[in-house]
Ligand binder design. Structure first.
Ligand SMILES: *Cc1c(COP(=O)(O)O)cnc(C)c1O
Length: 416
């Protein structure tokens, strides 16, 4: 046994860790050297060490020392500065198109409704909102809600979860009645990685506006929002961007759309002149119009530390390690878990896979409960899906091996 109570990793995992160019990054995160196997960095990333210092300093110096002056001095600009940093480090967006705002759900609502209204204003025949059946619940619920609220119609894309949303599926779902299309870049359940550039083009060629959900891709998969011609996008910051529980989401709106979109939650922080407190709402120029109320400053602080690390490591190296980790987990699955009846519910081709792997077995709910009690922390997603999230900056190969061995032992015990 190792000092931390884990059994020693075999030579393969040890070798992969030794030659991992990103291995030093684990030291930058609290707990990454501990005994817990963390397979959920795609749901809630670990805290960067620098964030502990940053938060403490903020309380003492900024909040405590500057008090209300902090808004004028720096906080009013922070949602835009951090937005630009996300654009630079993670999503390939030039400055002035990304802002940190509300939760993913609320930002998605605002952008989806703004886009639907803009499409309708241009052409009344465009009444359809296209979304896939396998999309995240919040995404599907929002689309249904907006359709009901605005007299639109939902057009569902049926999905083979192992194959994801294909070009063919999008092509046959869009047409002269499509207003907007909402897609996830990496599917939260299967980990399927969509070809965002070509799906965007297909929907735009049919005259639709596309909204990308980047929750499971930002920080782990290369994204080129500008080069791929994105219209709009929203993404989480508490997953691979390690912003902390409930840290606010970001919204991307391509410059060409900013002046024509008006979002539905008209608040003073999105108004033309915030402190004029004028009689009527006039939306601000640029990204400020997508804000509504007072920005959640404390919640967006930590995010800056992971963005700095991502910029330093480079998203290409992060993606390379992500692929190596998921390949390793799938190899161990084939060796240890397939004989126990487990199937891989994620694409086997790494080009079609994001940063997590989902394994199917009827016992996975019970397996997850047992693993959590043993400090091995994956996620469970119905039906029977064990989700192994591998965060390239914080997960090691030895940790992955240890966790996979624990899955095997749990399945064996539950069967026996
Ligand atoms: C995590 C996730 C969300 C979460 O939305 P919140 O408003 O932050 O709860 C939404 N969509 C997708 C695809 C996600 O993975």
């Amino acid at each position: 046994m190792e000092p931390d109570g884990r059994s020693a990793p075999d030579a393969v995992a040890t070798g992969l860790d030794r030659t991992d160019p990103l291995r030093a990054y684990r030291d930058e995160f609290i707990g990454a050297d501990g005994a817990i196997v963390y397979f959920d960095g795609n749901s809630l990333g670990r805290p960067p060490r620098a964030s502990a210092t940053r938060l403490e300093q903020f309380v003492h110096e900024q909040w405590g020392g500057r008090l209300i002056r902090g808004w004028d001095e720096s906080w009013m600009q922070l949602p835009f500065e951090i937005g630009d940093a996300i654009g630079r480090a993670a999503i390939g967006a030039a400055a002035g198109q990304t802002v940190v705002g509300d939760s993913t759900t609320v930002l998605l609502y605002k952008l989806l409704r703004a886009a639907f209204d803009a499409a309708q204003a241009e052409d009344h025949a465009r009444v359809e909102l296209v979304v896939d059946r396998d999309n995240f619940p919040t995404d599907r619920y929002l689309v249904e809600g907006i359709a009901a609220e605005r007299g639109g119609r939902v057009r569902w894309i049926e999905v083979d979860t192992a194959a994801g949303v294909t070009a063919e599926a999008v092509r046959s779902a869009v047409g002269p009645e499509t207003a907007i299309v909402l897609l996830s870049h990496v599917a939260y359940r299967s980990g399927y990685l969509a070809d965002a550039a070509s799906l965007t083009r297909i929907a735009q060629d049919a005259g639709a506006l596309v909204v990308w959900d980047l929750c499971h891709s930002a920080g782990s998969v290369p994204i080129e929002a500008d080069a791929w011609g994105f219209d709009l996008a929203v993404g989480c910051t508490y997953k691979y961007l390690n912003g902390g529980p409930g840290s606010p989401a970001f919204a991307y709106v391509a410059t060409r759309h900013q002046a024509t979109l008006t979002q539905p939650i008209q608040g003073w922080m999105g108004a033309d002149d915030v402190f004029a407190m004028g009689p009527a709402y006039r939306p601000a120029e640029g990204m400020r119009r997508f804000l509504s109320g007072t920005p959640p400053i404390v919640g967006m602080l930590a995010l800056q530390d992971t963005l700095a690390l991502i910029e330093r490591a480079g998203i290409a190296s992060i993606r390379a390690k992500s692929i190596a980790l998921t390949e390793f987990a799938i190899d161990l699955t084939d060796e240890w878990l397939t004989p126990l009846g487990v199937t891989v519910a994620s694409p086997r081709d790494p080009r079609l896979r994001g940063g997590h792997v989902t394994l199917s077995h009827l016992q996975m709910r019970a397996v997850t409960a047992r693993l959590w009690a043993e400090d091995v922390i994956p996620d469970y997603r119905d039906p029977g899906g064990l989700r192994i999230g591998l965060a390239p900056l914080t997960t090691s190969f030895a940790e992955t091996e240890h966790g996979m061995r624990a899955v095997r032992d749990a399945l064996r015990d539950l069967a026996g």
